[in-house]
Design a protein around this ligand. Structure first.
Ligand SMILES: [Ca+2]
Length: 237
């Protein structure tokens, strides 16, 4: 019994030490878990930042614009006025079937890029690159979209009513004109065609690269000779 009486306090001491040890190791475990959680949170934030960088709209747009420039150097894989369905599918469909509301490409590509970059009230400002033919030789021109209409039987080619605004100041005088004109937009070619509004027979063909719809290259084309006699680079205002 004596030994038991001695043993009990000893057991109490051992239990206390063990409990303390257990508490101590429990704290350590919590610290370790906290540290791991922090590390994991940091890794998740880094991963999120990486994903954000990859899905950044401007970066995707720039990558697409570069791709368009490379593709422009390659031979076209479809005849004129036909649309290549894209991806690995070599299928070609008529431009007339692009954005008409019915899937004609096996992969549905002809109906997947049907966002009209022009809206009523939009202004695009074009800065001159070269100009051998316009009568006023402006440094820049503004294309203002007044209205848009879509014919039910021809939805892939919205009609636009636009104004080509020219402002030019010289030492002698100041020119301010606003030329009303009709235009059509082709989803198949990402192209705007503005019909000549004056008797000089000069029209404007605006070509988007298919990725960046805030910028297009606008060529002034002589209706009869088809000569590209001036170029303006347009940016959405
Ligand atoms: Ca279609």
């Amino acid at each position: 019994m004596k030994s038991l009486r001695l043993l009990l306090p000893a057991l109490a001491v051992i239990t206390a030490v063990l409990a303390d040890h257990h508490e101590h190791s429990h704290d350590e475990e919590i610290d370790k878990l906290n540290e791991d959680a922090l590390k994991l949170t940091h890794e998740i934030i880094e991963l999120q930042e990486k994903l954000d960088r990859r899905s950044d709209a401007k970066r995707i747009q720039r990558a697409g614009s570069l791709k368009a420039r490379v593709e422009a150097l390659e031979d076209p894989s479809c005849p004129d006025h036909e649309h290549q369905c894209g991806g690995d599918d070599p299928q070609c469909v008529s431009d007339l079937l692009v954005c008409d509301g019915i899937k004609d490409c096996r992969n549905g590509d002809d109906e997947s890029h049907c966002h009209n970059p022009f809206h009523a009230g939009d202004d695009f400002v074009g800065d001159v690159v070269f100009d051998h033919c316009t009568k006023r030789r402006p440094e820049n021109i503004t294309l203002s979209v007044e209205s848009i209409s879509v014919a039910a039987f021809f939805p892939g080619f919205p009609k636009l009513h636009v104004h080509v605004n020219i402002h030019k100041e010289t030492d002698e005088d100041e020119v301010e004109v606003s030329l009303p004109s009709d235009a059509i937009y082709s989803f198949a070619e990402d192209k705007l065609i503005v019909y000549p509004s004056e008797d000089d027979g000069l029209g404007l063909v605006g070509q988007f690269d298919g990725y960046n719809f805030d910028r297009f290259v606008g060529d002034i084309i002589h209706e009869a000779s088809k000569e590209h006699c001036a170029r303006f680079i347009f940016h959405r205002k």
